[in-house]
Every structure is written in C-alpha cells, then in structure tokens.
Ligand binder design. Structure first.
Ligand code: HEC
Length: 152
C-alpha cells in the first residue's frame, strides 16, 4: 500500500517536472513569468494560497475555542503557544489581498495581534483570570471585524 503511494507520488512529481519543462520551453513563457513576478511584488510580495475563510475556521475550531478549557486544565504552556499562533494568524490576516491597504482592516488585525500577545503573556504567568479576560477582549475584536467585513 505504502509502496504504491510512493510510486504514485514519484510519477506525479515526474509529470509535474515534465509539465514545467514543457511550459518553460514554450515561446512567451518568460514574459509570463515576468508578469507573475510583477503581480506579486506590486501587491506586497506575500501571496496567500488559502482563502481567509479556511484560515479563520481552523484557527477558531482548533485553537481559539479551546483556549479556555486548556487554561482551566492548567495547560499554560499550550495556551502560551496558542496565543503566539493567534498573533501570527492576525499578522497573516493583515496581508489578505483585498484588504491589505484598508486602514480599518489593519486596525482590527493589529488589535487582534496585541490581544493574542497579551493572552500569551498571561499564560506565561499562569494567570487563568487574565487569560480569560484577554480571550473575551479578543472575541470583541473578532466580532467587530466580522460586523464590518464579513458579508454573512
Ligand atoms: C481583520 C478582520 C477579522 C478578524 C480580526 C477576525 N476575522 Fe474571522 N473572518 C473575517 C472575514 C472577512 C471572514 C469571512 C471570510 C470569507 O468567508 O471569505 C471571517 C470568517 C470567520 C469564520 C468562518 C466562518 C464564518 O462564520 O464566516 C470564523 C469561524 C471566524 N472568522 C472566526 C474568527 C475568530 C474566532 C476571530 C478572533 C480570534 C476572528 N475570526 C477574527 C474577518 C476577521
């Protein structure tokens, strides 16, 4: 079973390499590569490959909504990591291509980042009350941004 998968994977890699070679030998392909370069540097140089909805959903289900239970169980080391992860998700969210130049959007992502860093700090001090308070404060930021920017 494993062997079949490996064989399948290397066949896929081989055909991907072949496709790249085939495309790069077509006339006009270097002009297209130049266009792609321009596109990414003009819009900030960072290109998200996942839709924001997917990032948000996993961040909430797998991290944000579990934090209070983890703090209650005394898993402060995990809570600290999660706070840092949420801060980085806020950073990532700030780069979303349709909003990265919108000041209000960037205000919300900055507030989310600051809240997440404070939550990590509270976890570092093993302060369950402060983790709870920061979690509640963050939730207000989530809701405020959704109110303004989410269409559903
Ligand atoms: C900077 C703005 C912003 C912040 C801050 C933000 N979100 Fe979102 N969120 C969005 C937008 C916009 C969408 C809709 C994305 C789409 O459907 O394309 C979304 C979608 C979601 C979704 C997907 C499902 C749904 O209800 O549409 C969840 C879950 C979610 N956010 C949770 C959170 C949580 C939890 C936080 C705070 C920890 C948060 N978000 C912070 C902008 C934000």
């Amino acid at each position: 079973m494993i062997r079949t998968c490996v064989a399948g994977a290397s066949a896929a890699i081989a055909s991907a390499i072949f496709a790249v070679l085939a495309v790069s030998s077509l006339p006009g392909s270097s002009a297209r590569a130049e266009d792609a370069k321009k596109e990414t540097s003009a819009d900030g140089g960072y290109k998200m490959v996942a839709p924001l909805e997917a990032i948000m959903q996993v961040m909430d289900d797998s991290v944000f909504s579990k934090i209070l239970d983890q703090a209650k169980a005394g898993k402060f080391k995990d809570v600290k990591r999660e706070g840092l992860f949420l801060a980085e998700i806020a950073n990532l969210t700030s780069q979303e291509k349709d909003h990265r130049t919108n000041k209000e959007w960037l205000g919300f992502t900055e507030t989310m980042k600051a809240g997440a860093l404070k939550l990590a700090e509270a976890a570092d001090k093993k302060d369950e009350g402060a983790v709870k308070a920061q979690h509640a404060a963050m939730e207000k930021t989530c809701d405020a941004c959704h109110e303004k920017f989410r269409d559903n």
